[in-house]
Design a protein. Structure first.
Length: 296
């Protein structure tokens, strides 16, 4: 008779696996394992997986989410940094032949090559992960900036960071992270999650966020690095006006007069603060500043 095993994302099975393998959590690697099947279902449903979509997981841990992805996607690749988890994953993933575990730091892995190796037959790939919170932003920026053939990115992250990613102009959460995320995707917070659904419990509230990756950015910019440079400069000191922030960054390069002209051309009142500007306005501003360089 085949034995029906409990899902890994339950307190009993998680504790069994940890005990069996003598595993100890490393706080420095952001190891907080999910032990709640309701939250798990919300994550997997939001990813909208089908037989043409692959799933890339970052940080599989002991495989709680990996197992659910294996049931929904035709192919799962999971990148885990902690060598101690590799044999555990080999053991628990034994029933699934559509899962590949890659040992490595996702920030150093060549994702383009990994996609070619793992997802060559897939139309698109969704990233689905309960991310290690200490590296959320660099991981998300790497995923977005590399222009991988991604459909959705569904991740559990710190609630405060999710709110910043999804913020609209005008609020205090709106900043350079919001602009960057919204340039590449359409973010939507799926649900907020209390610390009690993890072992061990993190010190912060969490949220599941879904980013629908855009085929093309919502605004047209000729020079993306200039666009992000202008965005960064505008938020350098949040309490300062856009004029003061931009003056500190650009007056040495293009001069005060050119900067003033650029703001006029972009139709932006210099007394505004960065957090009130829309993506469209940042795009106009970066084009105008770019033209000032060209005119030098
Ligand atoms: N997916 C599991 C779950 O939901 O229970 C574990 C999630 S836990 C929050 C984060 C996982 O990411 C851990 O397994 C940790 O070892 C791994 N990790 C941390 N930093 C990483 C990195 N730079 N690259 C790949 N994995 C990483």
């Amino acid at each position: 008779m085949t034995q029906v095993r409990a899902d890994i994302a339950t307190p009993t099975r998680t504790k069994d696996i940890i005990r069996k393998h003598g595993f100890s959590f490393k706080k420095s690697l952001g190891q907080n394992f999910l032990i709640d099947m309701n939250v798990m279902r919300r994550i997997v449903q939001s990813a909208d997986l089908d037989e043409h979509t692959g799933a890339l997981e970052i940080g599989p841990g002991i495989g709680a989410l990996t197992e659910q992805l294996a049931k929904q996607a035709s192919k799962v690749a999971a990148v885990e940094i902690d060598q101690r988890l590799i044999p555990i994953l080999a053991d628990v993933m034994e029933p699934y032949n559509n899962v590949s575990v890659v040992h490595g730091d996702v920030l150093k892995v060549d994702l383009q090559a990994l996609f070619q190796e793992q997802f060559a037959e897939m139309d698109k790939v969704s990233v689905v992960a309960n991310l290690p919170y200490y590296v959320t932003t660099p991981i998300m920026m790497k995923l977005l900036e590399e222009r991988l053939p991604l459909k959705n990115i569904v991740v559990m992250i710190q609630k405060e960071v999710a709110e910043r990613m999804a913020a609209s102009p005008g609020g205090k959460e709106f900043g350079s992270l919001s602009v960057a995320v919204q340039y590449y995707s359409e973010p939507e917070i799926v649900c907020t999650v209390p610390p009690t659904v993890f072992i061990p419990q993190p010190n912060v509230e969490s949220a599941v966020i879904r980013l629908k990756v855009r085929d093309k950015p919502p605004v047209e910019v000729n020079d993306e690095s200039r666009f992000f440079e202008v965005v960064q400069a505008s938020f350098t000191q949040r309490r300062k006006t856009i004029w003061n922030n931009l003056k500190a960054r650009y007056s040495g390069d293009i001069g005060i007069d050119q900067l003033q002209t650029a703001l006029e051309t972009a139709e932006i009142d210099p007394s505004r603060r960065g957090e009130t500007l829309s993506l469209e306005e940042f795009a106009r501003l970066s084009e105008a500043i770019g033209s000032s360089y060209d005119a030098l």
